[in-house]
Design a protein around this ligand. Structure first.
Ligand code: GDP
Ligand code: MG
Length: 160
């Protein structure tokens, strides 16, 4: 579904990218978008939104039992986020590689050219989000944008 190759040409994937509140408030948006485009992704949709506690908790529901959850929700609701759908061959894995590891402090050492190394602060305030699998990408795209393109049979997460 998320792959499309009606004419046998390159199979492209979509993933969800987000510039988190620290990235938006720190004025990293344009720099990050430049890296995105220079890395061969197309930004096919984008929107700025302010998450409330309910929406942030739903987005990160997989982490609801973690000790860092309440801090994460406070962080994610602290300002606007910029959400984008990125399209490219192998978009999910390539975007994860480009953003680097979760802990921005470690990223600065092990992945100095990653986006989290560039603009993240620590293991919480790490500036950007990326879907971790095709399934997550479908869920997260649908979460922010609803049903986007014809042929993308998502639709089972409307309750979110
Ligand atoms: P990601 O997929 O690399 O974003 O990382 P996870 O899915 O594991 O965690 C989601 C988000 O929760 C991360 O991007 C961080 O903002 C935050 N987070 C993850 N691990 C920790 C942690 O150990 N401590 C704190 N304070 N926040 C964390
Ligand atoms: Mg994750």
């Amino acid at each position: 579904p998320i792959r499309s190759s009606s004419n046998g040409s390159t199979e492209e994937e979509k993933t969800l990218a987000m510039i988190k509140p620290d990235g938006v408030l720190g004025n990293y948006t344009e720099r990050i978008k430049m890296v995105i485009v220079e890395s061969g992704f197309s930004i096919i949709r984008e929107t700025i939104t302010q998450l409330d506690e309910h929406r942030a908790s739903n987005f990160y529901v997989e982490h609801s039992s973690k000790s860092f959850f309440s801090g994460l929700i406070k962080y994610m609701t602290s300002g606007p986020v910029l959400v984008m759908i990125l399209k490219k061959e192998n978009a999910v894995a390539d975007w994860r590689t480009l953003i680097g590891p979760t802990d921005a402090q470690k990223a600065k050492i092990t992945h100095p050219h990653s986006i989290r190394a560039m603009c993240g602060l620590d293991s919480e305030k790490n500036c950007v989000h990326g879907s971790d699998s095709l399934e997550s990408a479908q869920r997260e795209i649908s979460f922010f944008f609803g049903e986007i393109s014809s042929g993308d049979a998502v639709g089972e997460h409307d309750e979110l």
